[in-house]
Design a binder for this molecule. Structure first.
Ligand code: UDP
Ligand code: MG
Length: 190
């Protein structure tokens, strides 16, 4: 199985690239952000809980996110591998993911980080906010908080997998196709 973590700051293109990777490698796309938006759209108890964090640009507590992720994996026993998009976002989430996969005889193959400078990220998110209907994409204060949370809590996850020899950085600036080619080179080398 190929199990990828698509990593990078908010607005770095994880969702866009994950959709193309799924087409080529036939793995299951698991975006915890999309799962939260689905729950919020249906106003479920989980969605209500997540909303209070998401509308501030904070992280939803680890146990909530990890439980939701495990349910999604368990619901797809047929999956030939996974692309985790936007997860893990903290070291405890990474440790929980590794333990969960190990329990299934699996492991993360690669963490691929999409490298995009801050100035470009803010422009991309504001651009997306114009059409995405996402309140957290329209307010520069919330966007800045998401970037700060990424730097403080999420970026150490890169080093965590780097210490296992699994982290790779890919230039996330350029056309969608050019970036996709860079990602495929990394995946094909696994
Ligand atoms: N979020 C979270 N944990 C996750 C995924 C998302 O707490 O595992 C929350 C967090 O508040 C984040 C928001 O959901 O700012 C949007 O996440 P998403 O991954 O969709 O946004 P992206 O980073 O891709 O722009
Ligand atoms: Mg996303």
């Amino acid at each position: 199985m190929i199990n990828l973590i698509l990593f990078g700051p908010p607005g770095s293109g994880k969702g866009t690239q994950a959709a193309q990777l799924v087409d080529r490698y036939r793995v299951l796309h698991i975006s915890t952000g999309d799962l939260f938006r689905y729950e919020m759209g249906n106003n479920t108890p989980l969605g209500q809980k997540a909303k209070s964090f998401i509308e501030k640009g904070e992280l939803v507590p680890d146990e909530v996110t990890i439980g939701m992720l495990q349910n999604k994996v368990d619901a797809h026993p047929e999956a030939l591998g996974y692309i985790f998009d936007g997860f893990p976002r903290t070291i405890p989430q990474a440790e929980a993911l590794d333990a969960f996969l190990a329990g299934r005889g699996e492991a993360i193959s690669r963490l691929i980080m999409l490298d995009v400078p801050d100035e470009e990220i803010i422009q991309r998110i504001l651009g997306r906010g114009a059409t995405s209907g996402r309140a957290d994409d329209l307010n520069t204060g919330i966007i800045q908080n998401r970037i700060d949370v990424y730097k403080e809590q999420t970026s150490p996850v890169f080093d965590y997998y780097a210490s296992h020899g699994k982290s790779v950085k890919v230039d996330g600036v350029g056309s969608i196709d050019a970036i996709f080619d860079r990602l495929c080179e990394v995946v094909d080398a696994i």
